[in-house]
Write a protein that binds this ligand. Structure first.
Ligand SMILES: Cc1cc2nc3c(=O)[nH]c(=O)nc-3n(C[C@H](O)[C@H](O)[C@H](O)COP(=O)(O)O)c2cc1C
Length: 316
């Protein structure tokens, strides 16, 4: 059984992944947040910074991801990425955000199976492996079935399905019946994605889909970084957990501090970081409320101090 870290744009960047790997482990492959393709052929170095091997640990397996709806652009970017030392390129046709979907990218391409066909027809001419990360459809499952018919024509290395439609964004729950119906029509290696927040969630989903051997965790792995290892049977004492989260926080904080300018940007980013971790440790929402108000680095660090001095167990 393999566990993959789902890409979370703006959060699971290289240093986040590196620290995650060093401290928590449990993840076999880290999928990097998307890089948007464009028709411009002079691509600045910064576009690939996150996936440059020198910015990623030697012992970490990372898969770069592309977002776009043009096969030539995909191939162009994918070939450059291959030159950096990668073999697998993941195509994002699941992103639900309106700004993306409106342009028929991400999940916005799902109603247009012919467009998916056209992209893959060109993209599959390159010397690399393609995996595809999708949703059930943009509006409904029928779109997903049509897209799957197309995906089945190409020699893909695998398909990941998140069990919601695009318009659903992250609302409600994953639709396991719809996921099952779609996955049964897929001839490629399937990876399950969606709403694995606890070991019990994982066990339930694994039991329901015994033929699936790959599971991708996003928010669940960010809310409880011990979850992937716990799924694999490794447990850690609560004292250790607090120390590890503190180390994780301090490292990620220092890295974000170096790349973001000004207290506001830094505070906003770290608030985002805590939106995941505080889900399990701030049930009454008091710390979240305090965190929301901070505007300066000094105030922020004070709240962080309070978070780590609470007499509460760090649990998933
Ligand atoms: C803030 C945010 C950013 C995301 N960025 C990406 C991304 O860059 N590429 C991608 O394929 N999915 C992205 N996703 C979707 C996740 O990879 C994942 O599919 C989704 O969160 C469902 O899995 P989960 O229920 O385990 O979180 C993002 C999700 C969130 C919440």
């Amino acid at each position: 059984m393999k566990l993959y870290l789902a890409p979370i744009q703006g959060m699971t960047n290289a240093f986040y992944r590196n620290m995650y790997k060093e401290l928590f482990g449990g993840i076999d492959v880290y999928y990097a947040p998307f890089i948007s393709t464009s028709s411009v052929r002079r691509i600045g170095k910064s576009v690939f910074k996150d996936i440059m091997l020198e910015n990623n640990r030697d012992d970490i397996e990372v898969v770069p991801q592309l977002l776009g709806n043009n096969g030539e652009d995909f191939k162009y970017y994918a070939e450059l990425i291959t030159q950096l030392g990668y073999r697998e390129i993941n195509w994002n046709i699941g992103c639900p955000y309106a700004t993306v979907a409106r342009k028929k990218k991400g999940s916005g391409i799902l109603p247009y199976a012919d467009m998916v066909d056209k992209v893959l027809d060109e993209a599959c001419k390159g010397d690399y492996d393609i995996t595809v990360k999708m949703r059930l459809g943009y509006e409904d499952l029928d779109e997903g079935f049509e897209v799957m018919d197309v995906l089945n024509k190409y020699p893909l290395k695998g398909v990941m399905i998140h069990g919601r439609t695009g318009i659903q964004k992250y609302e409600g729950t994953v639709d396991l019946d719809a996921f099952e119906a779609l996955y049964k029509t897929c001839k490629h290696t399937m990876t399950y994605n969606g709403d694995i927040f606890t070991v019990d969630d994982f066990n339930r989903i694994q039991k329901r889909f015994p033929d699936i051997d790959q599971f991708m965790l996003g928010r669940g792995a960010l809310r409880d970084p011990f979850l992937p290892a716990a799924i694999k049977g490794h447990t850690i004492s609560d004292d250790e957990k607090v120390k590890m989260i503190q180390h994780f926080h301090d490292s990620v904080f220092n890295d974000f501090k170096q790349i973001l300018s000004g207290d506001k940007h830094l505070c906003d980013k770290m608030k985002e970081f805590w939106t995941y971790l505080l889900v399990n440790t701030d049930p009454d929402g008091k710390l979240t409320k305090k965190l929301k108000k901070v505007r300066t680095e000094a105030d922020y660090l004070q709240v962080v101090h309070q978070i780590f001095s609470q007499d509460k167990v760090w649990h998933g």
